[in-house]
Write a protein of this length. Structure first.
Length: 236
């Protein structure tokens, strides 16, 4: 478990493909000194396990599935990445609950200067957007951010997405200062919404893989309203 409060930025020094696994090496002296074999560390929001440590470089094994589901397929030597060690139970909790399990990849559509920071617009797939709400929490490349606005595909020339405001401090200590329109980013929606959806669908009798398709249908919404009326939660 992580908080989305980035501790530091590291640099990729090794990215070697070996069959279905990539060996990823990231150099960052401060985190490497504290890390042990088996520790979980988020790299651009992706939870990875330390498998080896050599001086200031930590090594991780990245599966083919992770490469498919994240932006890791574009990592190369010299690329800078956000790093956060797993949270400790006795630490201050400054961001929001971040699991390190990426939901999908977003595309930066625009990046506008605002004061010393930026307003970034990110297009995201529909199956992620359904969990994103205005003023809610979102993790972008592992960074805990507040959603400033949400827009639909009808309101834009492309797909639906959301906007985040990046303050100067966040821009300075993360990789967002380097990002530009056209770049891809890892996205993890707030886990609370996923549990709420699952509980509601279970309550309605929707099971297994059918939940994703069912949650977007008018039938499901109608069934939910009927169920809530039957149980006395709503009267109209």
């Amino acid at each position: 478990m992580f908080t989305g409060v980035i501790e530091t930025v590291g640099e990729v020094v090794v990215f070697n493909r070996k069959h279905d696994v990539v060996q990823l090496g990231v150099t960052q002296d401060t985190i490497a000194q504290k890390a042990n074999i088996g520790d979980s560390i988020a790299i651009n929001g992706v939870c990875l396990t330390v498998v080896r440590r050599e001086s200031a470089t930590l090594y991780f094994d990245v599966s083919s599935q992770t490469l498919k589901d994240t932006t890791f397929d574009s990592l190369r030597a010299s690329v800078r990445v956000n790093m956060e060690p797993a949270m400790r139970t006795d630490d201050r909790f400054g961001g929001h609950f971040v699991t390190g399990h990426i939901d999908g990849v977003g595309l930066i559509r625009s990046k506008e200067q605002k004061g010393g920071g930026f307003v970034i617009s990110i297009e995201a797939p529909d199956d992620i957007m359904r969990y994103i709400i205005k003023k809610g929490s979102i993790a972008v490349d592992g960074i805990s951010l507040t959603v400033a606005d949400v827009y639909t595909s009808e309101q834009s020339r492309s797909g639906g997405g959301f906007k985040v405001v990046i303050i100067p401090h966040t821009s300075k200590i993360t990789t967002l200062d380097l990002k530009k329109p056209g770049d891809r980013v890892n996205i993890e929606a707030d886990v609370i919404g996923k549990y709420v959806e699952r509980f509601v669908l279970n309550y309605m009798g929707v099971k297994g893989d059918d939940s994703r398709a069912a949650s977007n249908t008018a039938v499901t919404r109608s069934s939910l309203l009927t169920k809530l009326k039957e149980e006395g939660f709503i009267t109209t």
